[in-house]
Design a protein around this ligand. Structure first.
Ligand code: NAD
Length: 364
């Protein structure tokens, strides 16, 4: 890993990171522990509506500036996700720099828990890419400011199945709006990334009678999921294939000028955070091309709804009911976007921002 070099703007994975990107963040915490090798960043974007809750991602970033960019974008997205879902939570996120398959140890996760604890509840953590319920158990041994802990320990467990259910609801709403029916039977759907969320989404889709294409960087995962659900493995360029619906369930920024130009899908509905490399430019291009984009932070909120319920008093049925409502909210957002001639992403952002502004106004 190179030393941290922050220039005014640098290009990572085709998306521009600007040093001014954290001008809206309340707090960014760098965590460094030589003994365990922990290198983490916690981003707290906005706590107007409540404590900043967001998962921890472990990823082998090529450069620290990539990790900073990721945590800033992800924590901002969490603010709007909580707001549009009607939760009394702010937006935060953490990233741990390293390969979760090789570098993760219980001691490292416990040390991370100590850093979370030092923030006295301003930030509450949970799982994200590369992190599982066992890791949350390790964090829990050092702090109470953690959710998504195992059911046996009184928690709500892995939030991913609930996230997948919400994405499925959002996708059905998008199909209703675009194709005139929420029935996904016979539709060709590409699920990119078949991890915790992607796999459960594949299950829902195959049960609904869709033809599911799957793509992942791990061949063993693809074989496992293909065998279990009868999905078709797609290797090579995801955007060159023909399908009706694209479900990004890996990492963010997969929607950019190059990929959108190739995309044959008429609907995009997936779990990944920050799917639009540039939320204004790429959202607008999709609108112009008539591709219906279901805002990521709206339809992937099921997991957050589930872990929020763990804080107030866990009730899975209630969490699932609220998650099911993503169907109606998504339809509402599409209607608003069309009426106001803006993109669905802009429409969702506007509603989320309005709720935060109202809360600020009431406080003053
Ligand atoms: P995960 O780590 O379990 O799965 C991610 C999968 O994507 C892995 O199988 C990985 O091999 C694959 N992948 C990575 N890069 C890829 C690439 N370039 N092409 C194809 N596949 C690739 O993560 P998850 O918990 O399933 O989360 C998936 C996405 O959904 C993430 O962006 C996450 O931030 C977002 N999300 C997750 C939740 C949740 O509850 N887990 C909630 C909201 C949003």
């Amino acid at each position: 890993m190179n030393d941290l070099k922050l220039t005014d703007s640098s290009t990572v994975d085709g998306a521009v990171f600007s040093a001014s990107a954290f001008k809206d963040h309340e707090q960014v915490v760098f965590c460094n522990d030589r003994e365990t090798g922990l290198k983490a960043i916690i981003g707290i974007h906005d706590t107007t509506l409540g404590p900043a809750l967001g998962g921890t991602r472990m990823w082998n970033y090529n450069h620290e500036s990539e990790a900073i960019r990721d945590v800033l974008r992800l924590s901002r997205g969490m603010t709007f996700k909580a707001s549009i879902s009607g939760l009394n939570l702010g937006g935060g996120k953490a990233v741990i720099i390293g390969d979760s398959r090789k570098d993760k140890t219980d001691a490292l996760m416990q040390k991370f828990g100590e850093y979370v604890n030092s923030l006295s509840g301003r930030y509450i953590t949970a799982e994200d890419v590369g992190i599982n319920t066992h890791d949350m158990e390790m964090v829990k041994s050092k702090t109470d400011h953690v959710t998504g802990i195992p059911v046996e320990m009184g928690g709500s467990g892995d939030p991913s199945p609930v996230t997948a259910y919400g994405v499925f609801m959002g996708m059905k709403a998008a199909a209703e709006y675009k194709f005139g029916s929420s029935d996904l039977g016979g539709k060709r759907v590409m699920v990119q990334g078949i991890g915790h969320v992607g796999e459960t989404l594949v299950k829902h889709l195959t049960e609904a009678g869709a033809t599911v294409l799957i793509n992942d960087i791990h061949r063993d995962r693809m074989e496992e999921v293909a065998n279990q659900y009868g999905a078709q493995i797609h290797e090579g360029d995801v955007f060159a294939a023909e399908y009706d619906i694209y479900a990004p369930c890996a990492l963010g920024a997969t929607l950019n000028p190059e990929s959108i130009q190739k995309l044959s899908a008429q609907v995009i509905a997936g779990a990944a955070n920050n799917q639009l490399a540039d939320e204004w430019r790429d959202g607008e291009t999709l609108k112009q091309k008539g591709i219906l984009y279901a805002p990521d932070f709206l339809i992937n909120a099921g997991g957050l709804i589930n872990v929020y319920s763990e804080i107030v008093k866990y009730d899975r049925a209630e969490a699932l009911r609220r998650t099911e409502n993503i169907y109606h909210t998504t339809l509402q957002i599409f209607r608003t976007a069309e009426l106001e001639n803006i993109t669905p992403h802009q429409a969702a952002l506007k509603i989320a921002q309005e709720r935060i502004e109202q809360a600020k106004a009431q406080r003053n």
